[in-house]
Write a protein that binds this ligand. Structure first.
Ligand code: ADP
Ligand code: ZN
Length: 738
């Protein structure tokens, strides 16, 4: 009898499953206290071991654990529930990437304390007695106290630290005055909510082709519903203005808009344009923002106060309650692929969010990816095309410099034709840009006496000399060390020589050749933080820099009217990698770099230094014949069944030593799938055979498009177990093959 009572009590008790933002977890069941009302999507705090964690009510309970073993939800948190569309996105991404749902949820709950209501800020203002005292002729107070009271009398209530700073004393003085009743504490709202972008703000008059494209996009936003449109237009055609019109239409409907941008921390020109267009800045979202700002922004988004968010890929997982549009600018950009943790592609997942939430997605590019073009071809995406640059600007002329016929002098890297062009540009007072996608001084350093190369102790990679920092660095793991005084192999002193150029070495050559020119170096490690980038851009705009020397961070989006010459120092560099997308990627990057030249009335010229001028990528670039190049590229992918015409996934094993890597790889090979339409390649040592001290082996699974790749992978990984010290990483749609 007691048993039956217990079970009927159990059946009355409500249980739910709660998903926690933990990388190794699915949802756990919890009991709901009788007086707590929770629904699916609610943020709740639950006990886990000795901790209390925030999670989300994910569904009804799944297990049949005895009631006594289950814990109660501690409380419901005071934030709007996570909407179904975001919960479904989390599950979709988890399924697609073979990641635990908790790991994906973690990206959607990346600022845990945003779940707590913001605390008011304690501030102090002058009390009546303080005011009375100050009005006296000779108040009997220390000088510091008097200064604080005077500062407090000047303006509104301020935090203790502010008053103390302005009165040049410690904040103890402020607290003492408060204790004496001369200052009174008041609560300030911690911040004013951000201003809203205004869709009624007038934009520029659009050219007829721009207006057509903008009209189509605005109509899609107005009708709502899922659609994907590729906004395809040459560099400088005004794509940004066109999608701004779609954002205006979205704001007019009272909905939120999300814009994904690569290198958001460096996009000062874009932000200025947005603010000029809409009268207020957008909300920003990227990893370099301070914690407090991220917390505020997350809440602003969740409460619908942030109307336009511009961000890096992780902005895709923000809790918009009323999203009406997603724009992915530079949709072909590699930085949309996240390579660690949950390995996902933000452009693709943006399309998924659009389809779940039934809203339009705009992909923007001057050199769309083959993936996107294949979707256009198959009728899944619509394409809008802007064929010409805006206004009188023409596309730059591209000149090939055949390095076999025009070699630079020994230990130099600029060919005579490029040097002559630089000279002419500098003389006319215009600006030039030299592009080399290599940070540091030299990519390789070796001993002249014995040929020893300096290698990273943790990775299969050469150390790169960074002369400005006086360091050797590994670009894969971040290891840094000073240049050794003696060769560690032969003991020779001062025997190291740099091989090949990095941008520091290029800028050294420029300084020698053009002592009067003002040089500016732009790379991800020379521009640290958004302010450095802002200042750099401002200096270029103010024409305080004559020659910009930089890596790909310089290639993105910038618009400098006086920049008329672009020199591509080593066009062949990207072609060396030999991976699936090497040619496509090189074409995209070179086109983007070339696109910086001649963006207004002054015509631009691009010099492309290459040792293989007959290469298809280079030939397509000169003739601005993107479509022919892409057609050839697509043809070869189709023949080999490679993406976007087939599916691809990588499985990477990494072990503490070579033996266990090989041992596990053999076990995986034995369990590999043998199914129609599925091909498993490997195991092979990864090109980066050792990375951060881990020994790595790679498999590639290639399937037909109609095969469920995830099911194949799940089956395989379910048949074989790796030892605890071997990590198994799955990369669906891999972009990196290192
Ligand atoms: P894209 O993004 O296609 O490279 P942008 O949107 O940056 O092109 O436009 C290139 C330049 O032309 C920018 O300086 C932009 O302000 C200007 N521009 C484009 N369209 C217009 C327009 N309709 N009216 C005035 N200026 C425009
Ligand atoms: Zn390393």
């Amino acid at each position: 009898m007691p048993d039956r009572r217990a079970s009927s009590a159990e059946s009355l008790e409500r249980r739910v499953s709660v998903l926690l933002p933990l990388p190794l977890a699915g949802a756990y069941d919890y009991k709901v206290p009788g007086d707590l009302d929770v629904t699916i999507g609610d943020f709740v705090a639950v006990p886990l071991g000795k901790r209390k964690l925030a999670g989300i009510v994910w569904g009804e309970a799944t297990g049949d654990v005895a009631s006594a073993k289950l814990k109660f939800i501690a409380e419901r948190l005071d934030v709007p529930p996570m909407m179904e569309e975001l919960r479904r996105l989390v599950e979709w991404v988890a399924n697609y990437t073979l990641s635990p749902a908790g790991a994906v949820l973690r990206m959607a709950m990346s600022v845990p304390d945003a779940l707590e209501p913001p605390r008011a800020l304690a501030a102090y203002q002058l009390s009546d007695s303080g005011r009375a005292l100050l009005a006296r002729e000779n108040p009997s107070l220390t000088k510091a106290r008097l200064r604080v009271l005077r500062v407090a009398a000047e303006g509104a209530a301020a935090p203790a630290q502010d008053l103390a700073r302005r009165a040049a004393c410690g904040s103890g003085v402020v607290r003492a005055l408060a204790a004496a009743g001369l200052l009174v504490p008041v609560d300030l709202p911690r911040r004013v909510p951000p201003a809203s972008p205004d869709f009624k703000h007038a934009g520029p008059a659009l050219s007829p082709p721009q207006a057509d494209a903008a009209g189509v996009l605005a109509a899609q936003v107005e009708h709502g519903g899922f659609s994907v449109t590729l906004l395809d237009g040459v560099t400088g055609s005004g794509k940004t203005e066109v999608y701004f019109a779609a954002i205006a239409a979205c704001l007019a409907r009272g909905k939120q808009a999300l814009v994904l941008l690569p290198e958001i921390a460096l996009s000062t020109q874009w932000l200025a344009r947005f603010a000029a267009r809409f009268g207020a800045p957008p909300a920003l979202w990227h990893s370099e923002l301070g914690h407090a700002l991220r917390r505020d922004t997350w809440r602003d988004v969740a409460l619908g106060r942030a109307q336009v968010v511009v961000g890096a890929r992780s902005a895709l997982f923000l809790p918009f309650p009323d999203l009406g549009l997603i724009v992915v600018d530079e949709e072909q950009d590699l930085s949309y692929k996240q390579e660690d943790g949950v390995v996902y592609h933000a452009r693709d997942m943006a399309v998924v969010r659009g389809s779940i939430a039934k809203l339009p997605v705009i992909l923007v590019s001057a050199t769309p990816s083959l993936e996107t073009l294949a979707n256009v071809e198959q009728g899944r995406y619509r394409r809008l095309h802007l064929q010409a640059r805006f206004g009188d600007a023409r596309l730059p002329e591209i000149r090939i410099v055949d390095m076999r016929r025009n070699p630079p002098e020994r230990q130099r890297f600029l060919s005579p034709p490029l040097v002559a062009a630089l000279e002419a540009t500098l003389q006319s007072g215009e600006q030039a840009m030299l592009f080399l996608n290599r940070r540091g001084y030299a990519p390789l350093t070796l001993c002249r006496a014995c040929g020893h190369r300096l290698e990273c102790p943790n990775c299969t990679a050469w150390l790169v000399e960074h002369r400005l920092l006086g360091q050797l660095q590994c670009h894969h793991c971040g290891h840094a060390e000073p240049l050794p005084a003696l060769c560690p192999n032969c003991g020779e002193a001062k025997s190291f020589v740099p091989c090949g150029p990095g941008i520091e070495r290029l800028s050294e050559e420029m300084a020698q050749r053009f002592p009067g020119a003002r040089l500016g170096v732009m790379a991800s490690d020379t521009l640290t933080g958004p302010h450095a980038a802002e200042e750099f851009v401002r200096a270029v705009e103010a024409r305080q820099i004559d020659v910009l020397i930089g890596t790909q961070v310089m290639a993105k989006g910038h618009h400098f009217p006086f920049l008329t010459l672009v020199g591509v120092v080593d066009a062949d560099l990207g072609l060396e990698g030999g991976d699936l997308r090497a040619a496509e990627r090189t074409f995209q990057l070179l086109n983007q770099v070339a696109g910086r030249a001649g963006r207004e009335e002054r015509p631009g010229t691009v010099y492309v230094q290459t040792w293989m001028p007959e290469n298809g990528v280079i030939a397509a670039l000169i003739s601005h014949d993107r479509d022919r190049f892409l057609a050839l590229e697509a043809e070869s992918r189709k023949t080999h069944g490679l993406p976007p015409f087939g599916r691809l996934a990588a499985v990477i094993l990494s072990a503490p030593d070579d033996e266990s890597a090989d041992f596990t790889a053999r076990a995986f090979a034995r369990a590999a799938p043998h199914l129609p339409g599925v091909e498993t390649l490997g195991p092979a040592p990864a090109p980066l055979r050792v990375l951060r001290g881990r020994h790595r082996r790679r498999f590639l699974v290639k399937t037909r498009r109609d095969v469920n790749l995830q099911a194949v992978l799940r089956g395989w990984l379910g048949r074989v177990k790796a030892p605890n010290n071997v990590r198994v990483q799955v990369d669906v749609d891999p972009y990196s093959f290192l």
